[in-house]
Design a protein. Sequence first.
Length: 162
Amino acid sequence: MTPPPANPRVGAIATVRNRRGLIAGVEPFDGDGGRLHLVQVEYKDDQLPLEEKLIWELEPRRSLLEPTALPQVAGSDPMPTEDFDAYGSLDEVPEPVDLAVISVPREGVLKVLEDCAGNGIRAAIVITQGFADADEEGARLQEKILSFGGLEPGRVRRGSSS
């Protein structure tokens, strides 16, 4: 068994959701279950957000939970559907949408982009694999997407793949 990690301190490096950052501030709070820390992390990469405030907490056994640790959800009830916003289609969204983040199989991307344009969404981020880096069909689909004219000019750009 490894020893519990040390308390967060200013100047230490923290890894949060696979991002490395510098702990810029720590505010301790004593609670019923132990001491909690409100930790300000300033990330050192080019992703957003540039900084976050996070709760760095103690488990009931009073050993520190790493910020990268996942909660234990086994045996807990799932979140009721009325507690989060999810829609079956873009037509159901009650307010205007500025940006769509699309993560569907590659064959469905163009249809979703068309739906976005039809609902007044002017920008989209596509998080889908299997385009030109995969095969000829993927390259063909990628060219169709890059030439799609339903969004604002210049809003469909090729990203880098690794």
